[in-house]
Design a protein. Structure first.
Length: 163
């Protein structure tokens, strides 16, 4: 864990926010493991020009899910590679996600699972929240929180390959 506080700066675009957080997280962990190449990432959900972070409470989760219902939103996951606290590479990856219409009962039932509380936009594609999705344009892994294909390619450019 990076222990970096996730604080949006007023007026900061979602892509810039996600990139800053990914870099800060990668640098923080890299300072503890200076010989390793570290991957940091951060995911932001944007709907109707509003950044939806992790919900503060159940009411906030309900608000976000109601906003996403029947709409298409953008998921920005930025990643950064760091070595010795220096950022080697960084990039944002975007996916567009369309939710089907959600009923209030579905939202309430989902919020009661506690799944929404540690996820940007109050849902996780890899869990029950995945059933809300009608369509994904772009990487599903990106929506999950790590654009694996992009990260693996970046690591390969720095001679890190899976063994």
């Amino acid at each position: 864990m990076s222990e970096v506080p996730e604080e949006h700066i007023a007026g900061e675009p979602a892509r810039d926010y996600a990139l800053r957080m990914a870099c800060d997280k990668a640098s923080a962990v890299s300072s503890r493991f200076p010989d390793a190449i570290v991957v940091g990432a951060d995911t932001i959900v944007v709907c109707e020009n509003q950044i939806l972070e992790k919900p503060a409470d159940a009411a906030d989760a309900r608000r976000m899910l109601a906003m996403l219902s029947s709409r298409t939103h953008t998921v920005v996951t930025a990643f950064a590679l760091a070595h010795g606290e220096k950022i080697l590479e960084r990039a944002p990856v975007e996916s567009r996600v369309t939710f089907r219409k959600l009923s209030e009962a579905e939202i309430d039932t989902y919020v009661a699972t506690d799944e929404p509380f540690d996820k940007a936009g109050a849902y996780g594609i890899q869990g029950v929240g995945g059933s809300f999705i009608a369509h994904v344009e772009g990487s599903r892994d990106n929506v999950m929180g790590l654009p694996v294909e992009h990260v693996v390619a970046a690591l390969a450019r720095h001679d890190v390959r899976p063994s």
